[in-house]
Design a protein. Sequence first.
Length: 269
Amino acid sequence: MSFDNVCKLLAEKYPLDFARWLLPEEPREIKVLKTELSLEPIRADFLTFLQTENRILHIEFQTKATSKTPIPLRMLDYYVRLTRQYKVPVIQVVIFLQETNEKEVFIEAYSSETTIHRYRVIRMWEQDSALFLNNPGLLPLAPLTHTNSPQSLLSQVSENVAKISDRETKQDIAAYTEILAGLRFEKNLIRQLLSEEIMQESVIYQDILQKGEQRTIIRQLNRRFIAIDSSLLDRVKMLTIEKLDDLAEALLDFSEISDLVTWLNLHEN
């Protein structure tokens, strides 16, 4: 799971917190907008559309400063398509997660000979940490905010995660925080300050581990065997973390694709 996608999940799980942060006034109603925009499939991996009673908030999360389609052109494209389909004002925000001096993170408009389209840019490393530390929905972003003492900031984040009373929420926020803190801090320091036990109990954390195992095993299968049937790969994706570990070990003895079929027939849930 990418850093960008973690932020997308956060925004869709805590839409009101993000709307309060990014909109000039607090909305009375808000919902996550699942939409198919016309002309071409929407690149929905790392962006979120939130619809309030009178506008749409389009949030795009970026780890890298550049992309295949330049960000300014992409923002103009989304603006036109959203406006055409929903006929309400659209507020657009690009949030850069990882600190950089690349010029692209300071561009806040698409500009050509005939058109200028402006959008808002937030560079997380310039943001005041106070807002994020005091808001559970935004807390996982706090390690990326401005500070003169990064380790002290991470300690504060850890303390605030520990204060969350609902255990399931605490588990999920800890898991999100660990992932995003990885953009700035060494893994060992993160593990020292955030309870690994809490993170490992998180459904989200387990999902991240499972998807990582899946990707590794599928990559190994594709390297060893040519043209694996997609139905077999779908069966691999349904395995638990424990079964994926067993398959990773069994793979060492496979010589033919039939070995995989036999193993799945014996070990599927």
